[in-house]
Ligand binder design. Structure first.
Ligand SMILES: Nc1ncnc2c1ncn2[C@@H]1O[C@H](COP(=O)(O)OP(=O)(O)OP(=O)(O)O)[C@@H](O)[C@H]1O
Length: 410
């Protein structure tokens, strides 16, 4: 998998480089830096580089578009502040052409991870590979060639306010020295792709948030990247606009085959378009897998909370405050029932009432679709008797549904 002509460096060498580099960059620095690099890269296209051949070989082997190999990023201690392990032995594979979600709460390490993918920062330990090529093993031209293959969209769009939508999209191509006529054609195609053909001459201030993000997507695609990094790209948008932008990203993925790595703190974004998801917590991957499986059967506490927030199993605050782990003295036991696939239509509640002669209180619930398959959760309350709870659990499971006890209420 490693590319033979790239001289891999040891982890300690990479770490040494890290300390010599500034630790942080602004998003605009990132964009301008990338665009500047891009100019040199596109000009150099006439003379194919070794790394172009490497990329072709990597694609032929179907290697991950992005690979994290036991990556750690430690920010050293400063004065009274202790060292921070922003990423701690993170290993991930993003399949080419897929939409891969990385979710985590504030401080989980998402931005640090993004900076490692686009080469603005380096791991303290481990390796980050794009298309099979280790970023740490690349010299400056090699790194520029790799960055050419990564597009980025941002939460706050990062458009130049003095340029029209069309001129914003044209910018990376202009800096790359692409002929004006080619730019005009390409920009028109891109604006058409993102549904903004009629807004080409509008300035960012004249566009809605969703329209600005469409311009951002068109600009990121201008140089035909292999990987599109989306850093909280819908976080500043309302739910309806978010859905539209996510639908656009899905269409772009289907039409161009670009691999999308989508960073978010919202599970709804993940279930909407991602194929796989990694859940980050405190710099570690606490859960990873196909979205449906992770959503239907969350194992880590962080994932459960994220899932609960999106599918309606978050309990009413009053009930949540009264929920106890200890069943002693409780009158109600609260259960979460998970419906997946074909069982989603099973009339489980009436079956429970009939078979066990009990009242089942519905406390929260929702039925959704993830990747075309039905998925639902119900949070119910049943009388808090151990034999009864065991019978309910068994009956639910024997009907092919998932169930867990969330707690007890006095
Ligand atoms: N340059 C830095 N120096 C020291 N600590 C840092 C630096 N950058 C990030 N950190 C720390 O690393 C951890 C992860 O930060 P990061 O910005 O990657 O999280 P995040 O998931 O992107 O959070 P948010 O969603 O709030 O942006 C945090 O504890 C943060 O304080």
């Amino acid at each position: 998998m490693a590319i033979s002509t790239v001289s891999p460096r040891s982890i300690s060498a990479a770490a040494a480089t890290t300390t010599a580099r500034p630790a942080t960059f602004s998003l605009m620095d990132a964009l301008v830096g990338r665009v500047g690099d891009l100019a040199a890269d596109l000009r150099s296209r006439v003379t194919p580089t070794g790394s172009a051949a490497q990329h072709a070989a990597a694609a032929a082997m179907d290697v991950p578009a992005v690979r994290f190999e036991a990556v750690s990023r430690i920010f050293p201690a400063r004065k009274s502040d202790p060292a921070v392990a922003a990423l701690d032995h993170v290993s991930l594979d993003v399949a080419p052409g897929s939409i891969y979600g990385i979710i985590g709460r504030s401080g989980a390490g998402k931005s640090t991870l993004v900076r490692l993918v686009n080469g603005l920062d380096r791991p303290t330990q481990g390796r980050v590979l794009i298309d099979g090529v280790d970023l740490a093993g690349l010299d400056a031209p090699g790194l520029r060639a790799l960055r050419r293959r990564i597009g980025m969209i941002f939460q706050h769009f990062n458009l130049l306010s003095s340029r029209t939508a069309a001129a914003n999209v044209a910018l990376p191509l202009e800096l790359a020295g692409v002929p004006a006529e080619t730019i005009r054609t390409r920009v028109a195609e891109l604006l058409d792709l993102v549904g903004l053909a009629d807004k080409a001459n509008r300035y960012p201030a004249e566009l809605s948030g969703g329209q600005k993000q469409r311009v951002g997507i068109a600009r990121a695609l201008a140089t035909e990247p292999k990987v599109l990094l989306s850093d909280e790209a819908t976080s500043a948008l309302d739910p309806e606009t978010t859905e539209q932008i996510l639908a656009l990203l899905k269409r772009v993925n289907a039409l161009t085959g670009v691999t999308i790595v989508l960073i978010t703190h919202e599970m709804r974004v993940i279930t909407s378009i991602c194929d796989r998801v990694a859940v980050l917590e405190g710099g570690r991957v606490v859960e990873e897998g196909a979205v449906y499986g992770v959503f239907a059967h969350p194992r880590a506490e962080t994932t459960r909370r994220l899932v609960a927030a999106v599918n309606g199993t978050a309990l009413p605050p009053e009930l949540s405050a009264r929920l106890r782990a200890d069943p002693a003295g409780a009158s109600l036991t609260v259960l979460r029932i998970v419906f997946t696939g074909d069982e989603a239509t099973e009339p489980i509640l009436s079956r429970l009432s009939r078979s066990l002669d009990i009242e089942v209180n519905i406390l929260a619930g929702r039925i959704d679709e993830i990747g075309g398959a039905p998925f639902g959760t119900l949070v119910v309350g049943v009388p808090s008797r151990p034999d009864l709870v065991a019978a309910v659990t068994e009956l639910v499971r024997s009907n092919g549904l998932g169930v867990e006890v969330l707690g007890h209420v006095a």
